[in-house]
Design a protein around this ligand. Structure first.
Ligand code: PRP
Length: 183
């Protein structure tokens, strides 16, 4: 879905389709360089990371496999408690594997900090985190992030996997949702 289709529902574009394509290629090159001669297991967090995973994985030259988790954060309303529940676990063991967690966005950082620790405790040979977007609050917690696509301001963004009520995930850029849509 392109910008034209949702023009009256967004206030501005934060990351264009062209910027996404360019940055994903750069991130893939960094992964190729660090993991040359190895195979990696890409772990995606549903559903937001689907688009980033699809593009990043295809841009890699090193061999990779893919697995997915679905997580839910316990919390009241929009405030996350940091207690994470696994709705769908990985299909396979990760013992001895080089795991790269592929996330769409780090907001409070609670999801990633829990997930990285959990996968390390399962005996992965290594665990790295690659996040497409990062919001300012992420700096307040100790999140072990290796690569970030774009640092963005603390605004409600949609597109490229990110949703509002399950909508806008298929938008081909990252945009700020007009508050009139959710107020
Ligand atoms: C979003 C996002 C991350 C998490 C980040 O997922 O995809 O997984 O929140 O937030 P945090 O840094 O504050 O922990 P969400 O629960 O919205 O599910 P979705 O990916 O299916 O949209």
């Amino acid at each position: 879905m392109n910008l034209e289709s949702v023009k009256n529902q967004i206030t501005k574009v934060l990351v264009t389709e062209e910027q996404i394509v360019g940055r994903v290629a750069e991130l893939a090159a960094e992964i190729d360089a660090k993991y040359a001669g190895k195979e990696v297991l890409l772990v995606g967090v549903l559903k937001g990371a689907v688009m980033f995973m699809a593009d990043l994985s295809r841009a890699l030259q090193i061999p990779s496999t893919m697995d997915w988790m679905a997580l839910s954060s316990y919390g009241s309303g929009t405030v996350s408690s940091g207690v994470i529940r696994i709705l769908k676990d990985l299909d396979a063991e990760i013992h001895g594997k080089h795991v790269i967690i592929v996330e769409d966005i780090i907001d409070s950082g609670l999801t990633l900090s829990w997930l990285a620790g959990t996968l390390e405790s399962r005996g992965a040979a290594s665990v790295d985190v690659v996040a497409f977007l990062r919001k300012p609050d992420a700096a307040k917690v100790d999140v072990p992030v290796w690569l970030v696509g774009f640092d963005i301001p603390n605004e409600f963004v949609v597109g490229y996997g990110l949703d509002y009520n399950e909508h806008y995930r298929t938008l081909n850029c990252v945009a700020v949702l007009d508050p009139k849509v959710y107020s």
